[in-house]
Design a protein around this ligand. Sequence first.
Ligand SMILES: *Cc1c(COP(=O)(O)O)cnc(C)c1O
Length: 385
Amino acid sequence: MRRETKLLHYGRPPLPGPANPPVVRASTILHETVESFDDTRSRRETDDSVLSYGRRGTTTAHALMAAIADMEGGDACYLFPTGVAAMASTLSAFLRAGDHLLVVDTAFHATRTLCGSVLSRNGITVDYFPAQATDLSAWAKPETKAVLVESPGSGSFDVMDLPRLTSWAKTRDLVVIADNTYGSAWLYQPLQLGCDVSVVAGTKYLSGHADVMMGASTANHRAAARLREAVIVTGQTLAPDEAYATLRGMRTLNLRLERHEQNALALADWFAQRPEVESVLHPGRRDHPGAALWKRDARGCNGLFSVIFKERFPLRPFLDRIELFAIGTSWGGFESLALPIEPRKNRLDGHRLPAGPAARFHAGLEHVDDLVNDLAKGMAGALSN
Ligand SMILES: *Cc1c(COP(=O)(O)O)cnc(C)c1O
């Protein structure tokens, strides 16, 4: 069956019944007999879909876990209250005091903060490597245990050659963890490219309506047991209402992503022909250094891109003037967003990027003509001042 069809049927309850799995709110699960209780306890040790206690998720979360595991092509998926929580739990599942972690230098800012605070206090050392590297021998140590990748990287959208990098990692028996929020289990499948775990902030496109916080971590056969143990012993779960809202949003994931992609490419084209623009960073544009790799490994692009303007461009007045693009963090909802960014910051080869003022845009689902008109009006206003 095609992925588009499966997306609409994940978690369908028995008929006659509703199309979506209902919100099942429960802590205690009641049994009539001790035998039934004991039976549930033993079956849940090997089956994540057994309803045993609220902390292990109810049927609502179980439907979502099965859906994401299938989309990522993984053995098991676990849910978390935020994307950052998913990343923190996943890293702690595979690392202990004395271990060394290699992280791509374009990683999401909160991932860097996690590495520099809690992980380092717990005795885990971290080094950063450039997104273009595929052989990490120069950065690896005897105590290196894991590699954290993110492709395309946050802000500059550098594309990584995951098949080559993961085959290097296999020679050292390292666990490779991917932040797959850009691809959101639909556009990109890191587990098929050799990674062991794929983390997605479902806060973004999975839920898709700017009203849910959630994270998911999906592991292959090699990594599933370690991830499962960490999730269970630390009591990670996602509330049933949030699981429901995520699965409901996911029914239209493919359609939304198609429109986000079309709109973002059109807006990127518009910026690229403006004399005020130095560079447009979008992995689907032919002038992007990672475009061929992305085309080889992914099924498309999302609504994100960044623009680096010429040095004296009045970025803040421009962003303040555009009306259909609100200023805000996060992305992946239906609405357009803009945010000033510093794409050179924290990057080992940041000097490669122009130094002018920069912004990241998220193209929402509005009609593209309205978005372009809004940008043109904002640009004219900012320049005439
Ligand atoms: C948003 C985001 C996260 C964190 O997700 P939250 O749900 O906001 O905690 C992690 N990685 C990437 C790439 C993100 O964009």
